[in-house]
Design a protein around this ligand. Sequence first.
Ligand code: PLP
Length: 383
Amino acid sequence: MARPIYLDCNATTPLDERVLAAMMPYLTGEFGNASSRTHAFGWAADEAVTQAREQVASLINGNPDRVVFTSGATEAINMAIKGVARTHSAKGRHIVVSQTEHRAVLDTCRYLEQTGFEVTYLPVDQEGIVDLAMLETEIRDDTILVGLIWANNETGVIQPVDAIADLVRSRGCVFFSDSTQAVGKIPVSADQADLLTMSAHKFYGPKGAGALYIGSARPVRLTPLIDGGGQEKGRRGGTLNTPGIVGLGKAAEIAAREMEDDGLRVGRLRDKLQSRLLDRITGARVNGSISARLPNTINLLLPGMEVAKLIPKLPEIAISAGSACSSGSGKASHVLKALGLSDVEASSSIQIGLGRFTTDAEIDRAGELIIDRVEAEWTLSPS
Ligand code: PLP
């Protein structure tokens, strides 16, 4: 069978060939340890890491000194939330996050709850957007951190980050945003939050490489999550993953240059596929905001379809039934439920993520395949 059409770019993206080419020397001849100060192998690796730090900072108009390389966004999220919890616990032990956060945030909060922190899980409206007035009432004198996902991995819904940041900062709390799905897809600026995360594999870089950005406008003191070796100015121990970091840097450099054009092209393809599916599938509707949304994402409710059974009948396309981490768990998506969908509606929703390499022909074919399959299911079991 030919390879399926890949439409799951919020789970992960393919590696851009230009990124692979930039990484190759550091997987082969330039294998030095970036911390080795006594020979050319170490100097070459260190130079490459320095360049990547600049590329990453440049993508978000930040300062290279504030970039901490990690193994990905999950680690960066753990470092941000647990770090603030540790260093700010004298001020208070209350944290606010939204109900639509990624599991990396939710599970970190659950862990902190077991160690004496209190977490408020803020609801969102039907569009998936946080209510600022409600956020304001939930921030207390002992609130130390507000963490809100910039762009949702399942729905693509984008939060009003600037208004949130103003509010959170005016109340003296740290504002952390899980910007993992936003960085590389839409403009993200370092000064818009106190702590930001990114992950190379969400924008055509390698898996296992990411970063935490610690803003300098109101520098947040963090304790390391991983001790040892003094790397990253003592903020994250362990030998640096030079090839992965070089890949992250190159992916950032390409995104800075091509993000706008990619966004326009991918957005046109997404809208074409969306119109076709909405026109042809009776009762279909987009979950979450249509306007405040990543250009590549569609989360679509297909009424009456049990998506866990539908997707295996669509082997020609790679799409998702929910967040990649939780798909397979059999549980309805917590993100869709927070938008007010019932269990049945959430289980009848598909998630489509287009990307830089998605073609017009693939979108035409994927549209046909989905429509034909849904029509076949209707014929099999008319409601
Ligand atoms: N945050 C969001 C919004 C994500 O989409 C993901 C990946 O699915 C993560 C965090 C975790 O990223 P990583 O795979 O780099 O650990």
